[in-house]
Write a protein that binds this ligand. Structure first.
Ligand code: HEC
Length: 491
């Protein structure tokens, strides 16, 4: 009796829902109520939208992933693997490859593809129920993936292609400079976003026998700048990661599996007229097949006449000297500190570790306060940068200390380490180590810093603590005080 009633109720809900959908008024709360009771989580209605949003950009024909996850038939054989890969938490192996720990630190990032706990649970329930297809008419319209939208930065204003190189199936690792390529630019332009893609002749569906994103690509990384050839900066053969000077601009390192970079709109980087791409250090790593490859570098420009208000911050945060990693030991820590020479807005956090890297935390120390800004997992197959949204980017005063903590696993449980019996120090090879935060930051004058803090406080007034902005709380109090002194209490 009860069951019959319940079934009737479900039917009523279903028809009400169908009516609502046809009226364009699908109520998510009704859907949730139904799901919470564990009933019919279906592919077409509940899972396809998640895959479209967070997986398809890679898992589609010609995407970087080994299989497509667009249709039910594509997805069904992978159901168990999908449950496993989405539910392991922010660590190596999780899908989508995005490792921000959600229980600590700042949680607002641009282009965050991660799944909510509710979505992860929904996928689990769907798989446990036998991965049902559901009503075919529930499926959302397929997403189209044109070539033009393959760029996460949007259609670039300029794409520069490097020359094709061939990496033989059995070639050893190679480091060096590949031929310089003119950008062809005929006027100075400021760049708001940059993205680098490797284009090669490997068939993504043929299977490489190497289940890593690096199994498909041969450019392991590229440290690069743009320079006007023959300029003083070029002649000086300067450090490519150094900060902008006349005739030369450093750009974020390209690495296999790395996402696009967006600069603060007020701190776009200069691409000089007549400049060329100069690759100071390229690391090529064979993927096991003869491969012809080039890189395509997409630039998105600020409007003509744009002048940046902010300059790049000049500190670096990392330690390549004291890296001392014991063999056969998990959970080892590395530490590095920097005192900020200027007021700083941290645009992005980008842990750079190598094979034993498991996790990195970034914290800010100000007076007697220590605040964790973020902790993220790390998988050396997937080098990710985490770009804060503008209303969440840390705003740290001059004199604050930034501290990174690297967690290293040099034990047999870390599959990225070929032989954990070896001691490890620092070095370029993936089996040696780096320990750096490669994030983008800008320096602010006192005036700019106050403006940014005022904007922050206005966007979320009245908080005691503004994570990542130790003076924001004080700034509000000061302004109240000023107001009080200007309007003295009548008493
Ligand atoms: C940025 C690109 C990207 C995104 C986004 C992404 N994947 Fe993947 N996925 C890959 C690549 C590349 C691999 C193979 C390398 C690896 O495992 O890291 C992979 C591997 C997998 C595997 C394991 C396949 C096997 O051989 O066992 C599963 C399952 C998977 N992804 C599911 C998902 C799901 C589900 C989502 C979305 C919730 C997702 N992926 C989002 C690129 C991506």
């Amino acid at each position: 009796m009860k069951i019959a009633k319940h079934a009737g109720w479900t039917l009523t809900i279903a028809s009400a829902l169908a009516a609502a959908v046809s009226a364009g008024l699908a109520s998510t709360s009704v859907l949730r109520a139904q799901q919470a009771s564990g009933q019919d989580v279906t592919f077409t209605r509940d899972i396809a939208p998640i895959l479209q949003r967070s997986c398809e950009n890679c898992h589609r024909p010609d995407g970087v992933a080994p299989m497509s996850l667009q249709t039910y038939d594509d997805v069904r054989p992978w159901a168990r693997a999908i449950k496993q890969r989405t539910s392991i938490g922010p660590r190596a192996g999780v899908m989508p490859p995005w490792y921000v720990e959600k229980n600590i630190g700042i949680q607002k990032f641009q282009n965050d593809p991660s799944l909510s706990d509710a979505e992860i649970a929904r996928i689990g329930r769907w798989v446990d129920a036998g991965a049902p297809r559901g009503n075919p008419s529930d499926i959302p319209a397929p997403r189209t993936w044109e070539d033009s939208v393959k760029w996460a930065i949007g259609t670039p204003d300029l794409v520069v292609k490097t020359t094709d190189i061939v990496v033989k199936a059995g070639a050893p690792d190679w480091w060096g400079e590949i031929p310089r390529v003119p950008t062809g630019l005929t006027e100075d332009r400021y760049v708001t976003a940059v993205e680098v893609k490797e284009v090669n002749d490997v068939d993504s569906r043929a299977g490489s026998g190497r289940a890593t994103v690096g199994g498909r690509f041969v450019y392991h990384h590229m440290i690069w700048s743009t320079r006007v050839l023959g300029s003083a900066a070029d002649e000086a053969n300067r450090d490519p990661l150094a900060f902008d000077t006349d005739g030369s601009t450093g750009w974020p390192v390209h690495e296999v599996g790395r996402n696009a970079d967006f600069f603060d709109p007020k701190a776009a980087r200069l691409l000089k007229t007549g400049s060329s791409i100069v690759t100071d250090s390229v690391h090529l790593h064979s993927n096991g097949r003869d491969t012809t490859a080039h890189l395509e570098i997409g630039f998105k420009f600020a409007p003509k006449g744009f002048v940046p208000a902010y300059k790049r911050a000049t500190y670096s945060l990392g330690n390549g000297v004291d890296i001392d990693i014991n063999p056969m030991e998990a959970n080892q820590q590395l530490h590095a500190y920097a005192v900020l020479p200027e007021n700083t807005k941290i645009m992005s956090f980008e842990p750079h570790l190598h094979a034993p890297g498991m996790r990195m935390c970034l914290e800010a120390i100000w007076g007697y306060n220590i605040q964790t800004l973020n902790c993220v997992g790390y998988d050396h197959n997937w080098v990710r940068g985490y770009h804060y949204t503008d209303d969440a980017a840390p705003l740290l005063p001059k004199g604050a200390i930034v501290h990174i903590i690297g967690y290293m696993d040099n034990s047999p449980t870390n599959k990225n380490v070929p032989d954990p019996r070896n001691w490890q120090g620092s070095g370029n090879r993936s089996v040696a180590n780096m320990f750096i935060d490669l994030g983008n930051r800008v320096a602010l004058t006192d005036e700019q810093f106050k403006e940014e803090m005022a904007k922050r406080v206005a966007s979320a007034p009245g908080q005691d603590v503004y994570r990542g902005c130790p003076l924001c709380g004080v700034a509000t109090k000061q302004s109240t005080k000023t107001a009080t002194s200007q309007n003295p209490d009548p008493q």
